[in-house]
Every structure is written in C-alpha cells, then in structure tokens.
Design a protein around this ligand. Structure first.
Ligand code: UDP
Ligand code: MG
Length: 332
C-alpha cells in the first residue's frame, strides 16, 4: 500500500486565492504521487471565513479532500490543531491557502523527509526576513534571543508553519493541547530531529495578510507567557537590585546625618525613587497579570476549537470505512 500524505490548509477569508489554490493542490497531489509514490489528501480548515470562500474550495477541489468548517474564527494555531486531529497520513504537510507557500518548496521538503528516516520534521525558514533591514526584523531578533534564553530547546527565528512532519511528530503535536497556542514554540518543544530549508514566500495571491502589527505584538506576548519565565525573573532580579541600592543609599544618608549633621536635600531624590519604583511596580503587575491570564485560560480547559461541519469525499473516513465493512458483512 502506498504511503499517505495529509496536507493541512487552514484558511480565513481567502476567496481570492481559492480557485488557484485548488489548481495548485491538484498539481501538487499529482507530483507527490509520481515523484514519491505518496497518496495525497487535503484537509482544508475553514477558520470562520465570512466571505463564502469555503464553498469555492468545495466546488473546485478534486481528488481526496475534506473540509472541516469551524464554528467561528479560532486563529490559525487552533485551526492547524483541528487539522492535526483529523489527519491520519504517514506524513503531514502544513501549507497556507494564499499561495505564498509554493508546491515546489513543499515537494523539496517532502523529498528530504522521505530521504532520511531519522528526520521527523522539515521546516521552511524565510530567507527574505534575514536580509531585511526593517525595524520589525530587529524586533524579531530581540524577541527570539529573549525567548530562547536558558531554554533546553531552541525556537528558530523566521520559521513559520510551512512544514512537513512524520506521523509520530504529528501525534506528539496533537497531544499538546495548550489553549494559548504558540505553534513555533510547540514545534521546538516537541523535539525529534528537524531540518530547515530556506525559502522565499511568493507574493500573496489576493486579499491581505491577517497579521496586523497589533496582532503580532499580542502574539509575541502570548509566546512569551507560554514559553518563557525569563521576563518574570529579570524583573524580580532588577527589583531586588533596586531595593539593595535603595538600602545602601539609606545607610549612606544615615551615616552622613549622624557624623556631619548635614540634612540631605530630599525632593529630587524622592521624586526619582517614587517614579522609578512606581513605574516598575506597575509594569511588573501587568506582566504578572499576563501570566495569570495565561494560567486562567489553561485552567478553564475549554476545547481548542469547535467543528461545525465536515464535508467532502474524504469526510469522516473512519465512519465510512466502518459502514463499508458492515455492508460487506451483510453482502457476504
Ligand atoms: N489564517 C487562518 N486563521 C486566521 C488567520 C489566518 O486560518 O485567523 C490562515 C490564512 O488564511 C492563510 C494562513 O493562515 O492561509 C496564513 O495567514 P496570512 O497569509 O494572513 O499570514 P502571513 O502569510 O502574512 O504570515
Ligand atoms: Mg500569507
């Protein structure tokens, strides 16, 4: 029996790329079969689209596919988990629906993971990011440096969700039910042997990126509070340092008054101390709040997503197989 490849495609309002994506998907499936003997099936995840794009995908997809429609927008991270929960293939490929992830790069990654049995994931890293000189890039560098500080595993910079993994990797990922999902961190946490390739994403086919600057910052914060205690430790350490300095300063003033009788002019030094410590207190309270919110989200233990419908020729393959088996039993 030929090996199976499940291709997970989360999408939100990608009406403009739907038709071209379906054409690309058919070509990709054909290539995967002829080059690697893989039987590809697509699992599309409609992450709460409001532009009617889901129907377009349904109309134009061919071959093996199913469409999992979520009850609302849960975010790409949760949509990918929904896809993983429905995947059964020997290999799982993640791809965007906006045609920024090309079939060519996908096939390259598939070839690599097939060639090396010790490899459980191949992921694509954006080459264009490393070259850019924008403020965003420096922010990203600093972010990865900070989040990776003192960790046992490294979250690689500029790597997204364009990845192919083995079944055992997918199963490991599926066990991680974090509510506030930060996939980049989860891939790294999972471990195994991973390989990176460099790629340049294509231009977006249509529509616009779902990532605003505000969303990116919120997402980074989410990454931090679910993967790093460094900010908390750093602030505690800084607080301790400041308190120590304050104490030494107090001793100095006391000695001065005792031995020279000079009263220190108070107002400016007081003001500095009040502002610095007050500000730090507020900042730290906010930071602790973030972690508490993160803990609260996990404690509620809600499902990561809700499925509205599953459609397509491959919908609920397990149930269909069972039906087919019982039909055969009756026939025989
Ligand atoms: N996406 C999604 N849910 C969301 C946001 C995005 O499923 O809440 C999908 C989107 O449709 C696309 C992929 O995730 O297929 C990547 O999103 P986008 O192109 O906006 O990100 P970028 O390429 O700009 O990083
Ligand atoms: Mg995109």
């Amino acid at each position: 029996m030929s090996r199976r490849l499940d291709i997970l495609v989360p999408f939100l309002n990608e009406r403009e790329s739907a038709v071209d994506f379906c054409a690309m998907a058919a070509a990709l499936a054909a290539e995967a079969r002829s080059r690697f003997g893989l039987e590809a099936s697509f699992i599309l995840i409609d992450d709460g689209s409001t532009d009617g794009g889901g129907a377009l995908f349904e109309e134009h997809m061919s071959g093996h596919w199913s469409l999992v429609t979520l009850s609302r927008n849960f975010g790409k991270e949760s949509a990918i988990l929904a896809g993983l929960d429905h995947a059964q293939g020997d290999y799982v490929l993640l791809m965007d629906a906006d045609l920024q992830h090309t079939a060519e790069v996908a096939l390259d990654m598939i070839g690599r993971i097939l060639a090396d049995p010790d490899l459980d994931m191949v992921y694509a890293v954006r080459a264009d990011r490393a070259e850019s000189r924008s403020a965003g890039r420096y922010f990203a560098q600093w972010f990865y440096w900070l989040i990776n500080m003192g960790q046992r595993y490294e979250i690689p910079a500029n790597a997204g969700d364009f990845r192919v993994m083995t079944r055992r990797f997918a199963e490991a990922m599926r066990q991680l039910r974090d509510q506030r999902r930060f996939n980049k961190g989860l891939y790294a946490w999972t471990g195994f042997r991973q390989q990176r390739i460099l790629y340049r994403p294509a231009e977006r086919q249509g529509g616009e990126s779902k990532w605003s600057r505000r969303k990116l910052i919120a997402f980074s914060l989410e990454g931090f509070t679910s993967f790093s205690v460094v900010p908390l430790r750093a602030v505690s350490l800084f607080g301790t340092g400041v308190a120590l300095l304050g104490f030494l300063y107090g001793v100095k003033i006391l000695l001065e008054v005792l031995f020279t009788g000079i009263a220190v002019p108070g107002y400016p030094s007081l003001m500095v101390a009040v502002l610095v410590l007050g500000g730090l207190n507020l900042a730290l309270t906010g930071l602790v709040g973030e972690y508490v919110w993160s803990a609260l989200s996990e404690a509620k233990n809600r499902p990561n997503y809700i499925v509205k419908t599953i459609t397509g020729p491959q919908a609920a393959p397990a149930a269909q197989k069972k039906k087919a088996a019982s039909a055969r039993a009756i026939d025989g």
